[in-house]
Structures are given as C-alpha cells and as structure tokens.
Design a protein around this ligand. Structure first.
Ligand code: PAF
Length: 291
C-alpha cells in the first residue's frame, strides 16, 4: 500500500493511473476507522482498479465550539485496517498542504444545506464541499463512495457534482450498525456506558417511525411527536433536531412518504450523534417491545 503526503505526489500518481486507463475509486475519510468506513472501502475496492482513501480531519467543517482538537486520531491503526481491506493508497496530507497561507476559495452548495445539520452547524457543509472538491481535484477519481449515515452530506455531494459538472459517479452505502442498532460513528468512543445505552434511542426511535409509516401513518407531525417522546424517555438525551424532509431538496415535509426521510441529531451527554431512515428502505435492528 502506498502513502502520499503531498498534493503533488498524489496528483502525479492519479495522472499516471489515468494514463494507464485505470479506474480510480475514492473514499474520503477523517480517519479513526470503524466497520462503517471499512464497508465503504470494500465497496470502493469492487468499483475501481485502484482504491485511494484519504485521511484528513478537515478544520473548515468544524465550528469554533466543536470537537476538532479532540477528534479521535490513530494513523497506525487506520493504516493496518486499510491495508487489510485491500486499499491501494492513502492520501494523508497535513493542514498546510490542504490550506496553505492566503487560502481563500470555498464551495457553497445552497438549498440542500440550509436545514438540518446545515442550520445547526453553520459553515459545516461549506467546509465539506470545499474539502471534497479539493480532494476530487487531487485524487481524480472516477467513482467515490459515501455513507448514507450522513445523508445530507451525500445529497450535498451529489448536488455539487451535478451542478459543477464533475465527472464522478457517487455511490451511497447503507449505514453500518452495531449488533444492537447503534449507527457506527467515530464519535461513539466519547460515550460512557450509560450514555451508550441512551444512544440506542436514536435507532430505536427510527424503527418506531418506520413501523408507524408501515401501519399507514402519513402525518409527519404525529410521527415526530412519537419519536420525540421516545428519545426523551432516555436519560442524558437532548434533541438538537428531529425532522422529516424530502430526500432530494432536504425541505421539511408535512407528509411521510417514500420520497422522505427522518433525520435525528441528538446530544447524548456531550456527544452529538446523528442518524436517519429513508422511509421504504430497510432498517433491520433489534427493537425492545413495550417501551
Ligand atoms: O464524512 C466525513 O468523514 C467527512 O465529512 C469527509 C467527507 C471526509 C470530508 O471531510
């Protein structure tokens, strides 16, 4: 497996691969891998001749009061795991390489970033769109793989690629979950044992919403009232948002349908977790009866 630390070395490699007619698959990450990242890489492995991943904790997508400094990092562990799933190269730049002095160019995707995490985390998607544009220009992929756990991020990237005529296929992969349904996230390591139990309120309340929809409920307000009640029945939880929105526009929806999804952001203790469910899609989690 190759490691590239500079933009130039990575771009030279990408140019050579393209000259040889190789298909480049790319998975951008912020490192500290869990099974969810590895699933994205396994998919990338199938989609290209040469699989590149990036590890870069991107400062421009964190707000001033967020966890940039304490975001978990472990390059050696990540390198081993990446090698095990057959990654060909890691692009691992430093901050100065990505944002040199006098850096001043940003990418703003408008409509789909207004609500949900876009409203709760000002500037977050501007940072994501900017770093992904830069990474795409450096790695020059034919295909890129993103997780549906960050559903609004996936829609933002798809929108940006369409609007800016980037010639890249985007694959959206289902959320990878722990055995009890908790969506995998690098931030799960912050949770205490008690908070870990409360964190299950997210996936379980999504399951509740799915059941209500399957039983014929189409009133978004009623589904959200039940989801809110459920999450708040667990200790240490504080809902940042619980919303049902259109899958294409991320506009709030009054009715539940297969063109909508429910998205949650919940603080469990000090840790902010997100999860979502697209109505009509599979959500296979164990759900305790009678709560
Ligand atoms: O999903 C992430 O880990 C990040 O937002 C991404 C796409 C790597 C951009 O920094």
């Amino acid at each position: 497996m190759e490691i590239f630390n500079t933009v130039k070395d990575m771009q030279d490699k990408a140019n050579r691969l393209r000259e040889q007619g190789k298909r480049i698959a790319f998975v951008p990450t912020m490192g500290y891998f869990h099974e969810g990242h590895l699933d994205l890489m396994r998919e990338g492995r199938k989609r290209g001749d040469y699989l590149v991943i990036s590890i870069f904790v991107n400062p421009t997508q964190f707000g001033p009061a967020e966890d940039l400094d304490k975001y978990p990092r472990d390059f050696e562990r990540d390198r081993t795991l990446a090698e095990e799933v057959g990654v060909d190269a890691i692009f691992f730049p430093d901050n100065e390489g990505m944002y040199p002095p006098r850096y001043q160019t940003y990418v703003d995707v408008e409509g789909v970033t207004k609500n949900l995490c876009g409203a709760a985390r000002q500037g977050h998607f501007r940072g994501v769109a900017t770093v992904c544009t830069k990474l795409f220009n450096i790695v020059k992929p034919h295909v890129t793989v993103f997780g549906k756990k960050d559903f609004q991020q996936l829609v933002t990237i798809r929108t940006m690629i369409r609007d800016l005529n980037m010639d890249i296929d985007v694959i959206g992969m289902p959320t990878t979950r722990e055995h009890d349904g908790l969506a995998m996230s690098s931030r799960n390591v912050y949770l205490s044992e008690e908070e870990r139990e409360s964190a299950l309120s997210l996936s379980r309340s999504l399951f509740l919403a799915k059941k209500m929809f399957e039983a014929g409920e189409t009133d978004a307000g009623k589904v959200l009232a039940e989801v809110t009640r459920y999450i708040e029945s667990y200790p240490h939880t504080r809902i940042d948002y619980a919303k049902i929105s259109c899958v294409d526009t991320i506009e709030e929806a009054q009715h539940v349908g297969v063109d909508t999804f429910i998205a949650l952001a919940v603080k469990v203790g000090k840790t902010r977790l997100i999860d979502n469910h697209v109505f009509g899609e599979v959500l296979d989690i164990p759900y305790p009866e009678g709560r």
